[in-house]
Write a protein that binds this ligand. Structure first.
Ligand SMILES: CC(C)(COP(=O)(O)OP(=O)(O)OC[C@H]1O[C@@H](n2cnc3c(N)ncnc32)[C@H](O)[C@@H]1OP(=O)(O)O)[C@@H](O)C(=O)NCCC(=O)NCCS
Length: 174
């Protein structure tokens, strides 16, 4: 699996029209996926929420025929979200469609979330990750996240969560 050129993947704010594809990826990615209603709430009611989607490269987006038939006009390959509270950003979800994993889409999304967090004025970013999820932990460590705690039996199936935090290096000029 080859990494995609950074410019190949386009990142955009998540919209309500994205939810069908986002929920489908969520179901493929997590044992306890969020409902469409949860995402709808985040996008429409939660001022602290900032969600992004990664779009497939130009050539692999939905065809003109899809557009004529009213199918989605963009193909989502991953998504991520954060809650911004005062000087902290909490990354609440990050997932890439299984067919697109290992091609740096997750990395692009994480960079996007951390840039967004800095732009919002966050000084630290936190997240929880399953102790068994070594792929995600490796990604987070590469971007400065350190393990700062453990939440025993955090998940519904009683697996522990690692609590990880990254220092964002102060406010961005954006
Ligand atoms: C974690 C996740 C978002 C990473 O996304 P991704 O696009 O595959 O990640 P990247 O391509 O940027 O690379 C991350 C690392 O995972 C490895 N990797 C992940 N899936 C892979 C796959 N299917 N094939 C090859 N390598 C893979 C990459 O080699 C890379 O390792 P490296 O940094 O040591 O080189 C993705 O695996 C995923 O959606 N997992 C399920 C949901 C999840 O666990 N989310 C995190 C919740 S805390």
């Amino acid at each position: 699996m080859t990494a995609l050129a950074p410019a190949a993947i386009v990142l955009q704010p998540m919209t309500l029209g994205d939810l069908e594809q986002v929920v489908a990826i969520d179901r493929l990615s997590f044992p306890q996926p969020w409902s469409e209603g949860s995402y709808r709430f985040e996008l429409t009611q939660n001022q602290a929420a900032h969600f992004w989607v990664a779009l497939a490269p130009e050539g692999q987006r939905s065809s003109l025929l899809d557009r004529v038939l009213g199918r989605p006009q963009r193909t989502i390959v991953g998504y991520g979200g954060l809650w911004h509270v005062v000087d902290e950003a909490h990354i609440n979800t990050l997932a890439v469609h299984p067919d697109w994993r290992g091609r740096r889409v997750g990395e692009r999304l994480l960079i996007c979330l951390l840039d967004d967090a800095r732009r919002l004025g966050a000084v630290t970013a936190t997240l929880e990750v399953r102790v068994s999820n070594v792929v995600a932990q490796g990604l987070y460590r590469r971007f400065g996240f350190l393990e700062v705690g453990r939440r025993p039996r955090y998940y519904a199936d009683h697996e522990d969560a690692l609590l990880m935090t990254a220092y964002l290096g102060g406010r961005s000029g954006a």
